[in-house]
Ligand binder design. Structure first.
Ligand code: IMP
Length: 183
């Protein structure tokens, strides 16, 4: 698995630092607000787990599963809800926990949906931001690290469902997906 990675972009140590910093900021900004953390499955899992432990507030934790990739390395632009929330967001402050914002399609769709359902506020805490990939204008409020337009895997991020269990974020060697896509 590690042999398929050309470069480590965000190390375990840096991820730990990002979670600590973002956790402190969210603890400060949401004091007395009892927010709901909504994780977008499956990529959010390690980040949701580590970040939530650094937020020193009572929070609800809920999950949605949405898909825009359908495998491969680029967004289809078509966001589908595969599993919906089991909690109402009406009258609540929501923090969406994402692994990465790329085109912005997923986040813009989910923010609109949650506002339509009556959320008082909806912000994003994303581990990574790839602003060069944006096709819809969206600036996430809480960003762990801004990265260039590269396809990355690890710490929740996958390529065809693999590599989510890498403890760091790395750049996948292009030959891994070019050889897969030519099959
Ligand atoms: P967006 O809708 O294009 O902003 O993409 C958001 C989703 O696409 C993320 O939650 C990821 O699941 C996936 N994604 C975007 N960039 C990458 C990447 O570099 N590696 C793996 N998945 C990615």
């Amino acid at each position: 698995m590690h042999n398929d990675i050309s470069e480590i972009l965000v190390s375990e140590k840096e991820i730990d630092h990002i979670c600590t910093e973002l956790g402190q900021t969210l603890t400060h900004d949401y004091k007395d607000k009892n927010p709901i953390l909504i994780g977008l499955l499956k990529g959010c899992v390690p980040f949701m787990s580590d970040l939530s432990k650094k937020i020193e507030l009572k929070v609800d934790m809920a999950y949605m599963s949405v898909s825009s990739y359908h495998g491969g390395i680029s967004s289809s632009g078509d966001v589908k809800i595969k599993m919906d929330l089991d909690i109402s967001v009406s009258g609540r402050h929501v923090i969406i926990v994402e692994d990465i914002v790329d085109t912005g399609n997923t986040i813009v769709t989910i923010v609109e949906l949650l506002k339509h359902r009556g959320a008082l506020s909806v912000e994003i805490a994303t581990l990574l931001d790839k602003p060069e990939g944006r096709t819809k204008p969206y600036v996430p409020k809480y960003v762990g690290k801004t990265i260039p337009k590269l396809f990355v895997v690890g710490y929740g991020l996958d390529y065809n469902e693999y590599y989510r269990n890498l403890p760091y974020v790395g750049v996948l060697k292009p030959e891994v997906y070019t050889s897969e896509e030519s099959k």
